[in-house]
Design a protein around this ligand. Sequence first.
Ligand SMILES: [Cu+2]
Length: 113
Amino acid sequence: MDKTTLALCITLATASGTTLAASHEQMQDHSMMTHHAAQEHTRYPATGVVKALKDGKIQIAHEPVEELDWPAMTMWFELKGHAGRGIKVGDRVRFEMMQGEKKKWVIEKIGKK
Ligand SMILES: [Cu+2]
């Protein structure tokens, strides 16, 4: 591979990389994020405000999660077991999440902040 070809390859790689970047608003959840992938079974602490509760799921406007390089956003989480009991819309909460099956984000522990 000569220098010109190599330079072209680098340019193409850089260009295709930028097309992967979706705006925060377009993103429904973090399962689309490829950077800073979550480690399986690792629990990540976060805080936020409860926006909705429905059918074993909770919508939280969460603050940025540094460990995962996540910006602040509103998203749905699955509640596991008794998690979420006593929590209502409008509560400021502290929770621990992990990435479960099919890359869905699950909350096992959540409490009022
Ligand atoms: Cu999020």
